[in-house]
Design a protein around this ligand. Structure first.
Ligand SMILES: *Cc1c(COP(=O)(O)O)cnc(C)c1O
Length: 221
């Protein structure tokens, strides 16, 4: 299927309240423009240099989500260029984002990335670490960041029951954080989960933001 057809298929298939992030890492400007011309506006990138150089040449109305592991010395570049950082995976990184945003006098929107997968290789906070952040007014009511929700990646496995139980656990955790710390606060409303192989399952389990690369652009080389 062409990139444009994949976008149109997803636009039809996804519920209206779900944001489609087209994950364009490793793909060139031409591929991104095919998705753009089919109406896609939200794109996800995971490497800082690649993201910055693409953003320079591509249309200005693209909304960029940063979805990769972010080193603290590259925070400034990313907060100046991304609409949302989906992958805040440590308290130290969050603090750096606050400090850099304060210097620039901007407010940076971000999601806290939770580690739910079995693999050690995936980044993320434990639920306890996440709650320590959210329960702290210094972060929750900060002038320089806005925590919009949570992000997670499921275990890489063919066993749907494992993936489903991880997504369900995330939904429950999200709901409990919302109730405890953001009751009636609309800005905390994003639950980012689901990629090419598991996005339908993720949506069934309450995802509001899916990050899809391979199903749109093909396999990355
Ligand atoms: C690469 C990546 C995706 C997209 O994965 P696909 O399987 O290609 O859809 C989603 N989320 C994150 C955090 C990624 O790094």
């Amino acid at each position: 299927m062409s990139i444009a057809d994949s976008i149109r298929k997803l636009q039809k298939e996804l519920p209206e309240n779900v944001c489609l992030v087209a994950v364009s890492k490793f793909h060139n400007d031409e591929s991104i423009m095919q998705a753009y011309d089919a109406g896609q506006r939200v794109f996800g990138e995971s490497r800082v240099q690649e993201f910055i150089s693409k953003k320079k040449t591509l249309p200005k109305d693209i909304i960029w989500h940063f979805i990769g592991h972010l080193q603290r010395n590259k925070v400034k570049d990313v907060i100046l260029n991304a609409s949302l950082i989906e992958s805040v995976d440590s308290e130290r990184l969050l603090q750096t984002i606050i400090n850099e945003s304060e210097k620039l006098k901007i407010k940076t929107r971000c999601l806290l990335q939770i580690h739910i997968a079995k693999e050690e290789t995936k980044f993320g906070l434990t639920q306890v670490e996440c709650e320590n952040i959210l329960s702290n007014p210094k972060y929750r009511k900060n002038k320089f960041i806005e925590i919009n929700g949570l992000m997670a990646m499921a275990t890489f496995t063919d066993d749907e029951s494992v993936i489903k139980s991880e997504f369900k656990a995330m939904k429950d955790f999200f709901k409990s954080m919302k109730m405890k710390y953001f009751e009636g606060v609309d800005s905390f409303s994003v639950l980012s989960m689901g990629m090419s192989d598991d996005y339908m399952l993720a949506i069934e389990c309450g995802s509001t933001n899916v990050r899809i690369g391979t199903s749109i652009f093909g396999v990355r080389s």
